[in-house]
Design a binder for this molecule. Structure first.
Ligand SMILES: *Cc1c(COP(=O)(O)O)cnc(C)c1O
Length: 430
């Protein structure tokens, strides 16, 4: 749990605001973000990078809510986008197009057009075919597209296979052995300008080793290119730094950055990083209400009002999120012994924490020991990354509200969706 979500007495707070108050004002399920936590993680990156020219391009897909993007834009962040839609979000949130890098294996010509029009910093090109397409689109617009090749360093990120992206068999990036030839091709195409190289080997990495192994391969490539007269302005080492959900011990941001800077020692190229999860993951919680408790022979269930459509990570990756009661039971020593007007102490029991969606895979936690009753509030921690941005409307469930806490203030930053909005674009047959 980040310092910005903490108990005061037996009440869970986000900064200086009680989560019980937030639930009363904004309802549940509700994503709650801490502006201070967002700011602090960004500051840790910039501090560690001091002394080396750099740009932190926040990976928008981790959490693309406008208010979150706006917090980073105000801090001077750049952005790593993977679609034209994300570019439009960045611009709507006050982000600077000149600090945007555009990743992704399937950029359409229309998306390239949009990004060239906006004047982004760099296209992170992921295939030979994309290179030709980008040259054509730029030519049609009488522009020159700045590009980097996303090179696959063939390094095992040692993370969940779904979020491992730097192995040979991955769909991402161009093969290491083909990179030089593709750079030569890019140099010869008239509407392209080579500005950098990039890689991104996976997500939720908990060791520095694979990052360094990837960096070293990329640096060797940079030297080979230089020997051919292809000089780069920046080296983009991607994102992927993990966070602590449970017992993981990822390197601290400062240590991770220091290790990268050691690998880059003596080099003048600007360093770009694309952190997503490490900036936002522990800056948000999902606030949810217990609807029913259901006792079975084998398992007990706490049925809550949030579900896999709100937070997909447990269902998709079998990911663990800590789940805490918003009002915890007083510890036995501190509670006045028995007999306050018949008020019964809640029994703590082992529950499966499940949502209302009609899927057996709809769970947010297994075998959690909690003292709860119907109408108790729970906070699902570490929900700031790949939570709201991966949410869906499955089961015609309107998406959750979002609020941002800033000190003792709470700002609603996204209204709870309505069912009418969900089918607003649908039509009956004539
Ligand atoms: C998803 C992604 C990131 C961010 O990954 P995190 O693990 O959230 O830091 C960075 N770069 C690219 C190209 C990505 O696809």
């Amino acid at each position: 749990m980040s310092d910005y979500f903490h108990y005061r007495g037996n009440q869970l707070y986000a900064e200086q605001v009680s989560l019980t108050d937030i639930a009363a004002r904004f309802g549940t399920p509700c994503y709650v973000y801490s502006r201070a936590a967002l700011t602090e993680s960004f500051r840790q990156f910039t501090q560690a990078l001091q002394g080396h020219e750099h740009l932190i391009c926040y990976a928008v897909k981790a959490n693309s809510s406008l208010a979150v993007l706006n917090v980073f834009a105000r801090l001077g962040a750049g952005f790593d986008i993977v679609s034209g839609g994300e570019l439009q979000r960045v611009l709507a949130a006050g982000g600077d197009a000149r600090k945007v890098v555009f990743s992704g294996v399937g950029k359409s010509a229309a998306e390239m057009h949009l990004a060239l029009d906006a004047g982004i910093l760099c296209f992170n090109v992921e295939s030979a075919a994309e290179l030709e397409c980008l040259n054509d689109v730029a030519g049609n617009m009488s522009k020159v597209a700045p590009l980097s090749l996303r090179v696959n360093p063939d390094v095992d990120a040692k993370t969940h296979p779904y979020i491992s992206t730097g192995l040979k068999q991955s769909k991402f990036g161009v093969a290491y052995g083909e990179a030089v030839a593709l750079y030569r091709r890019a140099r010869d195409l008239p509407h392209l300008r080579i500005v950098g190289v990039d890689c991104h080997i996976g997500s939720q990495l908990t060791e520095v080793g694979p990052f360094i192994a990837a960096a070293e391969k990329i640096l060797a490539l940079v030297d080979t290119l230089a020997s051919e007269g292809i000089r780069l302005e920046h080296i983009d080492l991607g994102g992927g730094l993990g966070i602590r959900y449970r017992e993981e011990t990822p390197p601290a941001i400062a240590d991770y950055v220091a290790a990268l800077l050691r690998a880059l020692r003596g080099r003048g190229e600007k360093l770009i990083l694309e952190p997503g999860r490490a900036l936002v993951g522990n800056a948000g919680v999902l606030l949810t209400l217990v609807e029913y408790l259901k006792y079975g022979e084998e398992k007990n269930f706490a049925i809550i009002d949030a579900a896999m459509n709100d937070l997909m990570r447990p269902t998709l990756y079998d990911a663990y999120h800590e789940i805490l009661p918003v009002r915890r039971e007083p510890s036995p020593q501190s509670s006045p012994a028995s007999g306050r007007g018949g008020e019964r102490e809640m029994q703590s029991l082992i529950y499966e924490i499940v949502g209302p969606v009609c899927e057996t895979g709809d769970f947010l936690g297994h075998a959690r020991n909690l003292a709860i009753a119907p109408q108790s509030l729970l906070a699902v921690l570490s929900a700031g990354a790949y939570g709201m941005s991966m949410s869906s409307n499955y089961n015609t469930r309107p998406r959750a509200a979002e609020v941002m806490v800033d000190g003792d203030a709470v700002y609603p930053v996204r209204e709870r969706e309505t069912v009418a909005q969900l089918y607003a674009g649908e039509k009956l047959l004539p």
